[in-house]
Design a protein around this ligand. Sequence first.
Ligand code: SAH
Length: 208
Amino acid sequence: MREEERVEMVRTQVEGRDIDDPAVLAAMRKVERHLFIPDSRRKEAYADRPLPIGSDQTISQPYIVAYMTELLRLTKSKSVLEIGTGSGYQTAILAELAEKVFTVEYIASLSGEAREILDKLNYRNIAYRVGDGYAGWPEFAPFDAIIVTCAPDDIPDTLIGQLAEGGRMVIPMGAGSYQELMLIEKKPGGKVVIRDLIGVRFVPMVHS
Ligand code: SAH
């Protein structure tokens, strides 16, 4: 039943819009989104909207997860840094597509719960860190891709610094409850190109 809901979610909400990367679609069909959602909201797991996951945080709408993931152009030889582990759902999608995922979460309990589910699902290519995403994860930089799922007022220079040449970063940016989703490309040679894509709604990226 849930598998049918998931296939339908991908067909109508993801493929039915503008996502056509076969690997992204396959990952979205495979990862059991309902496992990342608290019991009280599980019935809504495949709905076309974000949902609360506790600690005042939310799991993003499926379409937004797909859209941001597709922009990263991940392949099995790439590393990706994620800021904002949250429920761990986006982390699982990344782990399906990349060689290695480094995920940073500010709230220890959320990181722990996400890790528990992802360990149970047997993901072995994810490294977890509890800490402040503004610092990135310097020990493992540079990353081929960076995805930020909370919104800073400004693009953190540290994260641009940890992006590999030829790498791509997606990040919602702006103060207040609406932001712009930005795509940042670091070209070979180091030139940084920034594009403003769509309006989005994320929780703020908190300062420690
Ligand atoms: N990708 C997540 C979305 C979680 S919401 C999912 O699919 O569920 C955003 C997350 O960013 C929250 O869990 C929040 O605690 C975290 N966050 C906010 N500010 C942060 C910071 N400075 N560093 C790391 N994580 C942060």
